[in-house]
Design a protein. Structure first.
Length: 235
């Protein structure tokens, strides 16, 4: 089975400039891989470095050391050392990301926000809109909201738009940072179904789920992030 994502000996520290330049080690020698068609879940308490790992994979955070190897256009790209243009190219075609929060352009409708990732990848506007409508309907967002900007939506409504944005494309790798945090039980079930469909299509998924029931429903295996804690490696 292909392995499109390999994390090898990755470490990360933050420099606290407002505290005299103290260096705070977050992750040390993180190593794991995610296979196509599986959903791996990062496990561990808050502050263990789970979100930092996702952000390093996506290229939002720099790494101190190690490699993050992604299969991109049949070649290997190290996200830990790739230049900004290469990172953007990988994001456009290979790595999708669903965060906890919707970052939407003001005055743009929910429907257009969800369709935009497909349009950006060259899909026809009508086809992108049809797919967006299908996802919004599955996520139980009332049709009367589709033409409205999400800024005034409730947290759960905004997150349904956010989830639809992340799942509308066919990225080979999909990162999920608490995608169901503000969703009710019915919509958490829909997200679990969407994850199952992605797995069946061969997508490699890596996620964070603090909800134990949701984690158990989607995880093929747990990657214990506490094993990468600095104090663990120093022992």
């Amino acid at each position: 089975m292909p392995t499109p994502l390999v994390v090898s000996d990755v470490s990360k520290t933050f420099t606290m400039h407002l505290r005299g330049g103290i260096r705070l080690a977050v992750v040390e020698n993180a190593s794991f891989a995610v296979r196509a068609g599986e959903c791996a879940v990062l496990g561990g308490p808050s502050g263990a470095g789970k979100s930092s790992i996702l952000k390093m994979i996506y290229g939002n955070y720099a790494t101190d050391s190690g490699q993050i190897i992604v299969t991109h256009r049949d070649r290997l790209v190290d996200m830990a050392s790739a230049d900004p243009r290469a990172v953007l190219d990988v994001r456009r075609e290979t790595i999708g990301y669903v965060s906890q929060f919707l970052r939407a352009v003001p005055r743009v409708s929910a429907l257009d926000i969800v369709a935009e990732p497909l349009v950006a990848r060259g899909h026809a506007g009508d086809a992108a809109s049809a797919r967006a409508k299908d996802l919004l309907a599955r996520l139980n967002l009332p049709e009367k909201l589709w033409q409205l900007p999400p800024a005034t939506f409730s947290g759960g409504e905004q997150q349904r738009v956010n989830v639809a944005c992340g799942f509308i494309t066919d990225h080979p790798i999909l990162l999920l940072d608490e995608p169901t945090a503000s969703l009710d039980a019915a919509n958490r079930k829909v997200v679990a179904e969407l994850i199952a469909e992605k797995k069946k299509a061969g997508t490699a998924l890596l996620g964070i789920f603090h909800d134990a029931e949701m984690r158990d429903a989607v995880a093929d295996r747990i990657v214990d992030v506490t094993a990468f804690a600095p104090q663990a490696s120093a022992a």
